[in-house]
Design a protein around this ligand. Structure first.
Ligand code: HEC
Length: 154
C-alpha cells in the first residue's frame, strides 16, 4: 500500500511538473496500474480468435507479431509480454517510450492500449487507443500467445 502510494505520488508529481519533467533523463515514472477485477473477469472470458481479428484490423498495419518477425512502423511484438517498454533491439523508439518506465503486463498493456497518450505522453504510436474494454481483453488474450512462454492468466 505504501509502495502504491509512493508510485501514485511520483506519477502525480510527473503530471504536475509536465513538460519540464519530460526533459529530464531517466525513467519519468513507473506508474503501475492495478489489475482490476473487471479486467481479470474480461480476460477469463476473452476470445483469442476475436483478439486476432482486432490485431489484424487495428495493429497489423504497423506491427508484426511473428516470432523472428521484422520491425515495421512499430516494433515487432513477439515476447512483448514481460518485457520492458522500448526493449526491442531492432527498433528506434521515441524518447517518451524510453522514459516511460513501463514493463508490459496485462494491466500496463490495458492501460496503454486504452489511452496511449495518457500512458506514454509524447509516444510515437499513431493510435489514440481502443475504447472497448472487451476488445482490449480479447486483444491481450491474443497478444499473450505471441510469446516463447505465454504468461499465465491473472
Ligand atoms: C500507426 C502505426 C501503429 C499502430 C496502428 C499501432 N502501433 Fe503500436 N507502436 C507503434 C509505434 C511507432 C510504436 C513505438 C512508439 C514509441 O516509440 O513511442 C509502438 C509501440 C507499441 C508498443 C510498445 C512496444 C515496446 O516494445 O515497448 C506496444 C505494446 C504496441 N505498440 C501495441 C500495439 C497494439 C496492440 C496495437 C493495436 C491495437 C498497436 N500497437 C497499433 C505504431 C503503431
Amino acid at each position: 500500500m505504501k509502495r502504491r502510494l509512493a508510485q501514485l505520488t511520483i506519477a502525480f508529481a510527473a503530471v504536475v511538473a509536465g513538460p519540464a519533467a519530460l526533459a529530464d533523463s531517466g525513467p519519468l515514472f513507473s506508474y503501475d496500474p492495478p489489475l482490476t477485477p473487471e479486467l481479470r473477469t474480461l480476460l477469463h472470458k476473452a476470445s483469442v480468435e476475436a483478439g486476432a481479428q482486432v490485431f489484424e484490423r487495428k495493429c497489423a498495419t504497423c506491427h508484426d507479431g511473428a516470432k523472428d518477425g521484422k520491425p515495421s512502423k512499430g516494433p515487432n511484438l513477439w515476447n512483448v509480454f514481460g518485457r520492458k517498454a522500448a526493449f526491442s533491439p531492432s527498433f528506434k523508439y521515441s524518447a517518451a517510450m524510453h522514459k516511460s518506465g513501463h514493463t508490459w503486463t496485462y494491466s500496463t498493456l490495458d492501460y496503454y492500449l486504452s489511452d496511449t497518450e495518457r500512458a506514454v505522453p509524447g509516444k510515437a504510436m499513431d493510435l489514440a487507443g481502443l475504447r472497448s474494454a472487451k476488445m482490449r481483453a480479447d486483444l491481450l488474450a491474443y497478444l499473450r500467445t505471441l510469446n516463447d512462454t505465454p504468461p499465465a492468466l491473472p
